[in-house]
Design a protein around this ligand. Structure first.
Ligand code: DGL
Length: 259
């Protein structure tokens, strides 16, 4: 059982930011990654549609005998993980915007959250925000168009800089000192964000925490792969493999798969 793969899915290539953290913390683990780029972005879709797509991705991963599934997408986690956990017996790990550490550490009492419409309008996000950031000025910003640019290979483009400047402006006007990245595509923006933000603004991304949680849950279920032979990592997209390959620095093979 422990040799079975970890399944990971996202609406597209962004979840590879999580896959990298998992692969680096748990190099013995076999993995299957699904980028549902043909259906990206999930952000503007409604809850029902996001649940339907999450079911499709989960069922493919379960057909490959995955022992645990990582929903490497804030939008799918905040809209569909409750349904997935109720429906399937395999353990699920999700990701949601890390409001808590930002809210606990802010000195200016203002934090920014950049995420998709689907995440910011979810009940799970309101609940977490209400719990931890009640007395804090939370500047929520939908990152409209960012996922599409990354999916089409335009991560480093003038269009991206224009969008980021526009989205960061209200946050900077409110004097934020923490920016929470609420979408797994956004860690790829890190060099651009560092350039555009003043040095006192810290950027929070929860990729590493997801990898640690994956390890903890595998340990709890006695599912950690202790074999030291080379792990098998299968990375699939139903979009353009070249875009995903470039985000992985050409170090891993990416195959087209119609799933
Ligand atoms: N990576 C997804 C997330 O974390 C992007 C969502 C989308 O496709 O809009 O939310």
């Amino acid at each position: 059982m422990s040799k079975l793969p970890i399944g990971i899915f996202d609406s597209g290539v962004g979840g590879t930011s999580i896959w990298k953290e998992i692969h680096s913390l748990l190099p013995n683990e076999n993995t299957i990654y699904l980028a549902d780029s043909a259906n990206a972005p999930y952000g503007p879709k409604g809850k029902e549609a996001i649940i339907k797509l999450s079911i499709k991705n989960t069922e493919y991963l379960l057909s490959k005998d995955c022992k645990l599934i990582v929903v490497a997408c804030n939008t799918a986690t905040t809209n569909a993980i409750d349904f997935l956990r109720k429906t399937y017996s395999v353990p699920f790990i999700g990701i949601e915007p890390a409001i808590k550490p930002a809210a606990l550490q802010t000195k200016t009492n203002a934090i920014g959250i950049l995420a998709t419409k689907g995440t910011l309008s979810s009940a799970l996000f309101s609940k977490t925000s209400g719990l931890f950031a009640n007395n804090i000025n939370v500047i929520e910003q939908v990152g409209e168009g960012i996922v599409q640019l990354i999916e089409s290979g335009k991560l480093h483009s003038d269009e991206m800089i224009v969008l980021l400047k526009l989205y960061l402006k209200p946050m900077l006007d409110a004097n934020i000192d923490y920016l929470v990245l609420g979408c797994t595509h956004y860690p790829y923006l890190m060099p651009l964000l560092i350039d555009l933000l003043p040095s006192n603004v810290k950027i929070i991304d929860s990729g590493e925490a997801v990898a640690r949680q994956t390890k903890a849950i595998l340990g709890q279920y006695d599912l950690l792969n202790t074999e030291t032979v080379h792990s098998k990592n299968e990375l699939f997209t139903n979009g353009n493999p070249v875009v995903m390959q470039s985000l992985l620095d050409g170090k891993f093979n990416v195959d087209y798969l119609d799933f």
